[in-house]
Design a protein around this ligand. Structure first.
Ligand code: ZN
Length: 119
């Protein structure tokens, strides 16, 4: 499961106090979208008042099909990608393997074609 934790932040820019979700762990195939966000710039919170982004500090437990790793949220894209590759987050084409990935969808459809449901 993707684990999350509610945290409260005071915006340095406008002083607005808001709470948001900080993820302690990500299950990459259940949450490919979040995995992508983590890879791209790191998990972040956005101040609802002024829109300032706060990239979260600390490590996130990333679990994938081949294992799990604690990965620092603020690492560079390339470094994170390498770690995530090790634990099998991506398919051969470099896409994040999702629970409902395109390839799995088409496999399901092909099976239906082969075995049409009885009328
Ligand atoms: Zn703000």
């Amino acid at each position: 499961m993707t684990r999350m934790q509610k945290i409260t932040v005071k915006c340095e820019n406008c002083g607005h106090v808001f709470s948001g979700i900080a993820y302690a762990s990500i299950n990459t195939w259940m949450d490919p979208k979040l995995t992508h966000e983590f890879l791209k710039e790191g998990l972040f919170l956005t101040c609802p008042k002024c829109g300032r982004k706060y990239i979260l500090k600390g490590k996130v437990m990333i679990s994938a099909r081949n294992g799990m790793k604690m990965v620092e949220n603020r690492l560079d894209f390339d470094v994170k990608k390498e770690i995530l590759e090790e634990i099998g987050v991506f398919d051969q084409k470099g896409r994040i393997i999702g629970f409902f990935s395109e390839s799995e969808k088409s496999t399901t459809n092909d099976l239906k074609k082969l075995h049409p449901p009885p009328k």
